[in-house]
Write a new protein. Structure first.
Length: 387
């Protein structure tokens, strides 16, 4: 009798659950246009437009997801921030952007500009986040305002056909480029974050102040040596090839125009799997290290459709979705704890992702970008002393 009663309760609860899901999925008559802005390379825009939007729209037939890309690097995030600033100045009750994906610097700018709403207390996936990047972005507290989309890392890609003994440090790289002029290439600081990451690594090496630059305090006195540091980078650039961007560096590597260059690990493996670069290219992180970063979901303060935005972020942040798309398809490192994703990832995928750069390498040589003010000062110093 007791068993029959329990079974009845389970069936009733199940039917109620199915009814509520059915209502949530198909019975709401209000049509919604979910406007999304994405800073980053084209692969990120494609991810939402061609992978996530169709899945989300099938679950919620009354919703259409509109995805707009704003370009790679801090410039892409700045374009989003400028749009939000205009929305704020307009005095509108509801803003035209429902969700955005921004770099750490973008999240820091947006929080300081009072452009975002807190939302992660209502996000189940936030319970699975294990890194501190969901709380701090370049020295700015973003706790409650962001959910990581993924974590990424930069590294030096090299062609072992031409580089038998690759340089494993910035000091070794300086010697190498003088022996092999124009065979190292990067994109400076204006056309993608791989070049910015390389520049930050150069600053960490030359200054010896990684902790101060990434943890604080902020003080101009720590920048006294920067003219000399970026002057040395200008001398270094005489021996290098300046590429057109993140993709441009990979293209130059594939064509054999350069033999070594900084790349994003995810783009590197995605291009390799798609047959766009030589499968024999390899990766390493030079000492003292190079930065990586997360990309963050943010919800504007007066987003018109924050309810559906929350559902979208929840969907993409689940362990199975992180495994299928973030890790397996796009070769990013997961936004949530590895332990929650690994049960859904094949051994082949894990081998591919950690073949050259191990978890231990990431822990030891994967660095954060400088604090916001140091970051901005670094870009200015590059323009002033290096270009």
């Amino acid at each position: 009798m007791k068993a029959r009663w329990i079974l009845s309760v389970v069936l009733i609860v199940g039917l109620l659950g199915m009814a509520s899901v059915s209502f949530a999925q198909g019975d709401i008559p209000i049509k919604v246009r979910l406007n999304m802005m994405v800073a980053g390379d084209q692969n990120m825009v494609d991810f939402f437009q061609y992978d996530i939007a169709p899945i989300f729209e099938k679950i919620y037939p009354n919703v259409r997801v509109n995805v707009v890309g704003t370009g790679p690097g801090p410039a892409g995030s700045r374009a989003i921030i400028q749009k939000l600033q205009l929305e704020k100045k307009s005095g509108k009750a509801k803003w035209g952007i429902d969700v955005a994906v921004v770099h750490e610097i973008g999240a820091a700018w947006a929080v300081k500009g009072d452009l975002l709403r807190k939302y992660t207390d209502f996000l189940v996936a936030k319970r699975l986040v294990t890194r501190n990047t969901a709380k701090m972005a370049l020295g700015v507290s973003v706790d409650g305002y962001v959910m990581p989309m993924f974590h990424s890392q930069t590294a030096l890609a090299y062609n072992p056909k031409y580089v038998k003994n690759p340089p494993h440090s910035y000091a070794e790289l300086v010697k190498w480029v003088k022996k092999h002029p124009k065979k190292f290439g990067y994109n400076g600081v204006k056309h993608g974050a791989s070049g910015i990451s390389f520049t930050a690594g150069w600053l960490y090496w030359k200054s010896g102040q990684i902790d101060i630059l990434t943890k604080g305090p902020y003080n101009k006195k720590y920048e006294k040596s920067w003219p000399k540091i970026f002057g040395a980078l200008k001398d270094f650039n005489k021996y290098v090839t300046l590429t057109s961007g993140n993709a441009g560096t990979l293209d130059a590597l594939n064509r054999g125009e350069i033999y070594i260059g900084p790349v994003w690990v995810d783009m590197f493996y995605t291009w390799m799997r798609n047959g766009r670069i030589d499968p024999n290219l390899r990766l390493l992180i030079p000492t003292p290290g190079m930065p990586g970063q997360p990309m963050h979901y943010v919800i504007p303060k007066k987003a018109a459709n924050a309810d559906y935005t929350l559902k979208l972020i929840e969907l993409v942040s689940s362990p199975k979705m992180q495994a299928k798309y973030i890790v397996d398809k796009f070769n990013w490192y997961p936004a949530i704890g590895d332990q929650y994703v690994k049960p859904y990832v094949s051994k082949e995928t894990l081998h591919r992702l950690y073949k050259d750069i191990t978890p231990e390498d990431l822990l030891k040589y994967g660095k954060p970008f400088p604090l916001t003010k140091y970051f901005e000062d670094m870009l200015e110093a590059y323009e002033k002393y290096t270009e």
